[in-house]
Design a protein around this ligand. Sequence first.
Ligand SMILES: [Zn+2]
Ligand SMILES: [Zn+2]
Length: 277
Amino acid sequence: MGRVTSAISRLLSLVYPSKCVCCGELLDKDDEVFCRTCYDRYENAKQEICSRCLQPRCRCTCPSFSLGKAGLRRLVKLYKYQPSEGDLPENRILFALKQRHLQSVFNFIARDLAEAIEDALTPKEKATAILVPCPRSDRAKAKNGYDHMERLSVAISREIDFPVSLSLRRARGGRMQKKLSAEERRTNVENRFFVTQPEDLAGKTVLLLDDLTTSGATLLECRRVVKAAGAARVIPCVIAVSGRDFVIRPRKTRKKGKSYKKKRPTAGTQSAPRPIR
Ligand SMILES: [Zn+2]
Ligand SMILES: [Zn+2]
């Protein structure tokens, strides 16, 4: 009997973590993937205000700076990724999604992302919506034993009832994006993606799913390929976005050597004195 119980608990631990995926503290029975403290910190990251639209990150659809500059108007996301602080709950859960086979982590993120997608789409877009994960490289799949974005797409589909298409594929080869510069990332993904069944995507609102966007190179290349396959519109959806907000500051139009000192009003330029009332 004891052996059966321990086998069941081992099996359950594959689905539900017993410890917080961030700090490793033992979870209470109501906790899903985070302890109470880490959950609050994760929620705070989602509620952080976007400096462009002044909405919480998980509700705003502003593109990141690199995507906005490339002409993209909408990006669904949950929070901003802080690369220098690996121990934050929002960073640790991305790691858990990739490396640990925990279905509860997929369900947890899927619920949040499904909510953000529901909010961002118009009824017309929802009617033709289809979930398309950006495919991992063969090397990444072999390393982790699964494609985490494929699994996440299936989990999101259970929440919002949009179909999933796996017809966007990735050719073999290429280097790890993580270690490359922005320009190298762009050439590394160029012509690396293809669509196996264009009829899946023709006329559809494609929700292009990825975990994290930094330079935007992968999303932009996938978007180009999906559009060429006949998609009506492509809306990238990510868990986290890295880099600055898409806020355009006015350019300074100063010319070199020219003095811009405020001129003192002379008799000719002086404005008429205000009438005293
Ligand atoms: Zn914790
Ligand atoms: Zn915004």
